[in-house]
Ligand binder design. Structure first.
Ligand code: NIG
Ligand code: FE
Length: 401
C-alpha cells in the first residue's frame, strides 16, 4: 500500500458521460490531492493531508514539485508492429500522388508487408518493444496493436506472436487485433471473398487455439474490401466469437453504418463520414475513433469530431501509429492539434484519450482515477491541467506510475 501526493490537481475524470459533448467545468478536480494504491488497484482518492492522517502507517511516495495527475492514456488503434520505412510514399504524396494512387501502384500497405515479411521475429520483436517503451514513457499505458502487414499464415502468426511476446515483456497493457483483412495480398490466387474465406477457415481458428487475439479488424475502402464482402466476413467472424472493429469511412463514406449494424466495438478513421454516418454512430454503442495522426500524415481533413460529439457519439482519439499514413506516433501532440481545429474542450480530449478509448477496447477499469480502477497514472510538471494541451504535446509526463 502507498499514498501518492500531493498533487496540485488530480483530474479524476469521474462522473463524466460516456457519450456526447463535455464542458470543462464538468471535470472533477481534486486540489492538493492524494491517491491510495494497493495491489494494482486504486483504493481511495481525496485530499492528500486527510489521506495521510487516515492511514498514518502507509508509506508516502511524495511529489516534490507542483504537479497534475492524470490517468494514463489509452491508444486504442495502432499498427505499432511493422518493419521498414515509407519515406518514399511520403515524398510521392508531397509531389502530388494520393494515398489511394500509391496503393494502386503497388506501394502503400503492400510495401510494408514486404518489409515486415522479410524481417525476423527477433528484429520485429525488438522494433515493437522499443516503440511500446517509448509510448509508455509518453504516458500511454494501454496500447492496441494490429497485425496486417503479414497477410499470409506464417507472417500474420509471426506478427501476433511478436505482439504476445512484447505483451509478456512490458508493463504496458497490450491488446492485439487481427487485421489480416487489411488488403488482399499480391500473389493470392482468388477474389477478395476467397481471401476473406481463407482468413475465416485457416487463420482465425489458429489464432483462437493459440489465444493470439480476440479481436478482428477490416479495412473497408476502394483499395481494400467493399461493404458487401466485408459484411459477410464480419458476420462469420462474430459467429466465431471475436469482437469486431472496422477501418471505416477513411476516404469513402458508408462503412461506419455497417460497423454499427454489426455491433462493432468501434468504427475508426471517419474522415469522410457525412451527416448520415454521424447520426448513426451517435445513436449507437459503437465508439467513434478518430485518428488525427492519419490526417496530419496524409494532409487530409480531420474527422468531424465536433459534430460527432454534438450529435451524442462516444468519441475516442487514437494515434493510428503506422509507417504509411501516421508515422509520427505522438498521440498527445495529435490530440492537441485536433482540439484546436475541431474546437474540442480539454475534457473531451482527455475523455477520448482515456475511458472512452477503453470502451473501444471493451475494458472497464482503465482510464479514470477512482476506486477499483487500475492505478495507471501519469504526472505532469504544471499546476493547471490546461497547460497540457496548450503546449501541444511538448509537455510530456515527467513520471508514470
Ligand atoms: O489506418 N487505412 C488503412 N490502414 C492504415 C494505414 C496502413 C498503412 O498505410 O500502412 C491506417 O491508416
Ligand atoms: Fe489504422
Amino acid at each position: 500500500m502507498k499514498i501518492l501526493g500531493s498533487f496540485a490537481q488530480i483530474i479524476t475524470l469521474n462522473h463524466l458521460s460516456l457519450k456526447g459533448a463535455i464542458k470543462d467545468n464538468a471535470l472533477e478536480i481534486i486540489e492538493n490531492g492524494g491517491v491510495l494504491i494497493e495491489n494494482d488497484l486504486i483504493l481511495e482518492v481525496g485530499n492528500f493531508e486527510a489521506l495521510v492522517k487516515k492511514y498514518p502507517k502507509v508509506l508516502v511516495d511524495e511529489v516534490t514539485k507542483p504537479s497534475v495527475l492524470l490517468p494514463s492514456f489509452v491508444d486504442c488503434h495502432t499498427h505499432t508492429c511493422f518493419a521498414g520505412s515509407r519515406a518514399n510514399d511520403f515524398a510521392a504524396r508531397n509531389a502530388g500522388k494520393t494515398y489511394l494512387e500509391i496503393a494502386a501502384a503497388g506501394g502503400g500497405i503492400w510495401s510494408s508487408v514486404q518489409k515486415t515479411r522479410a524481417c525476423s521475429s527477433e528484429n520485429l520483436y525488438n522494433l515493437t518493444l522499443d516503440r511500446v517503451n517509448q509510448f509508455v514513457k509518453e504516458g500511454i499505458k494501454t496500447i492496441e496493436i494490429k497485425s496486417g502487414y503479414g497477410l499470409d499464415l506464417e507472417n500474420e502468426l509471426k506478427m501476433l506472436r511478436v505482439i504476445q511476446r512484447v505483451k509478456a515483456n512490458t508493463n504496458a497493457n497490450i491488446i492485439s487485433t487481427c487485421l489480416a483483412a487489411h488488403i488482399k495480398p499480391k500473389g493470392f490466387e482468388g477474389t477478395n471473398s476467397d481471401y476473406l474465406n481463407w482468413i475465416l477457415n485457416e487463420l482465425l481458428p489458429l489464432i483462437k487455439t493459440e489465444a493470439l487475439s480476440h479481436r478482428v479488424d477490416i479495412f473497408i475502402e476502394k483499395s481494400a474490401f467493399d461493404i458487401a464482402e466485408s459484411k459477410l466476413y464480419l458476420q462469420k467472424v462474430k459467429d466465431l466469437g471475436f469482437d469486431i472493429t472496422v477501418h471505416a469511412d477513411q476516404f469513402t463514406a458508408g462503412s461506419a453504418t455497417l460497423a454499427v449494424e454489426l455491433g462493432a466495438l468501434s468504427a475508426d478513421h471517419l474522415e469522410a463520414s457525412t451527416e448520415k454516418e454521424i447520426e448513426v454512430l451517435a445513436n449507437s454503442e459503437t465508439v467513434a475513433v478518430v485518428l488525427p495522426g492519419a490526417s496530419i500524415g496524409l494532409g487530409e481533413p480531420f474527422a468531424p469530431a465536433r459534430k460527432l460529439l454534438d450529435a451524442g457519439a462516444c468519441l475516442a482519439i487514437a494515434s493510428d501509429y503506422n509507417p504509411g499514413s501516421a508515422p509520427m506516433g505522438d498521440l498527445l501532440t495529435q490530440a492537441a492539434i485536433l482540439a484546436t481545429y475541431q474546437k474540442l474542450s480539454t475534457a473531451e480530449v482527455l475523455a477520448g484519450l482515456t475511458f472512452r478509448a477503453s470502451k473501444a477496447l471493451n475494458i472497464n477499469n482503465i482510464g479514470k482515477i477512482i476506486p477499483n480502477y487500475k492505478p495507471d497514472l501519469q504526472v505532469y510538471a504544471c499546476d493547471d491541467y490546461r497547460e497540457i494541451l496548450y503546449h501541444q504535446g511538448k509537455l510530456k509526463p515527467y513520471k508514470t506510475v
